[in-house]
Design a binder for this molecule. Structure first.
Ligand SMILES: Cc1cc2nc3c(=O)[nH]c(=O)nc-3n(C[C@H](O)[C@H](O)[C@H](O)COP(=O)(O)OP(=O)(O)OC[C@H]3O[C@@H](n4cnc5c(N)ncnc54)[C@H](O)[C@@H]3O)c2cc1C
Length: 407
């Protein structure tokens, strides 16, 4: 049985582990922190139907649908409070499942718990620092001084992947987008009624000084995120010394320039559910995804803009595809090459779509003004066309059946 060492217990890590287990390999997950989701980056995730359908191949979609809630409509409005349009987020799977939203921490914990329940071995506080190919496989070294040998090493270690750099020291690094993200949950379950917010709808506001998104969960909690443009990366000291209250005040001030509920929502968010500011990154095209026995999946290989709502789905699609390649092609190097062949074009198309949808959040000055003026027109046009122009993204289905390979 081939032993697969998976670096990272985020999204791609546990899903790759479950897929490899089902494919007949022996997976081990090594996570740098003492628990999944130790770094709270972003409050919640929207998981698209293509990702849920790939998870269903592993009977793992219930992890999202049981804890998350359906979110099938996007609604856009301007800083003056004018409603621009509503549009669907993806289609509906044959069993009626639609796009779901789930708290990031809940999703990480639930996926890793499910992988553990199925028998995947985990090592926490295990940070990969280097790895070398040996004649027969790979030997990985960790920050705690230990080493693990395996047949294949899979880097599911996120946008600042160490595995990517080990495979190709010249690989591109994550690039700061000029945006801080923030988020939170309003636990006062009466506020949404007071503000007249519509449950089940994901609302986005093109604010004058910040972009704001929120939804009302079925229990009345309001979930929100905000993007504020900033010229410099957050230094560690500034990040650590800024309190939740200071972040809240800064954001409320920015959002007070707009009409609508954003400033009230942020002001009502308690400290313990407030996700403080964090830098947002993207990743230039990574030309090398693998060598003979090491490979990258998920954000380590490609970072899809958060505005596309496809990062999780791409990670899940990668994981399942990689597992079928390793199951069906005995030679590891050929299996890794087949995985890249099957994923690259799809992923690059989604990344390009994500870059288009996020440009409005990062641009500044005249660019931002133009985007603000033109966005309502494009959004209305897209809403008229419904979800159809994005069918290529949402209707994509991974197969668990053996495929024909050219390698
Ligand atoms: C603000 C924000 C909002 C987003 N919203 C959405 C959304 O709504 N929908 C969506 O689909 N996607 C969204 N995304 C994207 C999504 O979060 C990512 O695509 C997804 O988390 C990728 O999963 P991953 O497992 O590849 O990486 P990660 O989730 O980053 O997990 C990587 C894991 O590897 C571990 N690790 C790192 N280095 C090492 C090491 N050296 N050794 C061991 N372990 C290591 C980390 O601790 C972490 O647990 C959003 C992203 C952001 C930033």
């Amino acid at each position: 049985m081939k032993k697969a060492l998976i670096i990272g217990g985020g999204i791609a890590g546990p899903v790759t582990a479950m897929a490899l287990l089902r494919a007949g390999l022996e997976p081990i997950v090594c996570e740098a922190y003492e628990e999944a989701a130790a770094e709270q980056i972003g409050a919640y995730l929207t998981v698209a139907v293509n990702g849920l359908s790939a998870l269903a191949l592993l009977d793992a979609h219930h992890v999202v649908t049981e804890i998350g809630h359906p979110t099938s409509t996007l609604s856009f409005s301007t800083s003056s409070g004018k409603h621009i349009t509503d549009m669907p987020i993806g289609g509906t799977l044959p069993d009626g499942t639609v796009t779901h939203s789930i708290k990031r921490r809940d999703m990480y914990r639930a996926l890793n718990a499910e992988a553990t329940r199925r028998g995947v071995r985990y090592e926490y506080n295990k940070r990969l620092v280097s790895a070398v190919s040996t004649g027969s496989g790979v030997s990985a070294a960790f920050a705690d001084g230990s080493a693990i040998e395996a047949d294949v090493l899979i880097g599911a270690d996120g946008i600042r992947s160490c595995t990517r750099e080990i495979i190709d020291p010249a690989a591109p690094k994550a690039h700061f987008l000029g945006i801080y993200g923030l988020g939170g949950f309003v636990t006062d379950r009466t506020l949404h009624t007071e503000l007249g917010l519509r449950p089940g709808i994901y609302s986005m506001i093109f604010g004058k000084k910040a972009f704001f998104g929120y939804l009302v969960a079925p229990d009345g909690e309001i979930w929100w995120f905000a993007n504020m443009p900033r010229s410099q990366e957050l230094s560690r000291s500034a990040g650590e010394s800024t309190t939740q209250a200071q972040w809240r005040d800064q954001l409320v001030e920015l959002l007070s320039a707009d009409r609508g509920p954003a400033a009230r929502i942020v002001a009502a968010t308690p400290d313990d559910t407030f996700v403080p500011g964090f830098d947002q990154y993207d990743l230039p095209t990574v030309t090398t995804w693998h060598n003979d026995n090491m490979v990258i999946v998920g954000d380590a290989a490609h970072a899809v803009a958060s505005s596309s709502g496809q990062g999780v789905s791409m990670a899940v699609e990668d994981a399942v595809t990689l597992a079928t390649c390793l199951r069906d092609i005995p030679d590891t190097a050929a299996a890794l090459a087949a995985y890249e062949d099957r994923r690259r074009a799809r992923v690059e198309r989604v990344v390009a779509y994500g870059a288009e949808t996020s440009s409005d959040k990062a641009s500044s000055g005249l660019g931002r003004l133009l985007v603000r003026l033109l966005t309502p027109y494009f959004l209305k046009k897209a809403a008229k066309a419904g979800v159809a122009p994005l069918n290529w993204m949402f209707d994509y289905r991974i197969s668990w059946e053996p495929q024909r390979f050219s390698h």
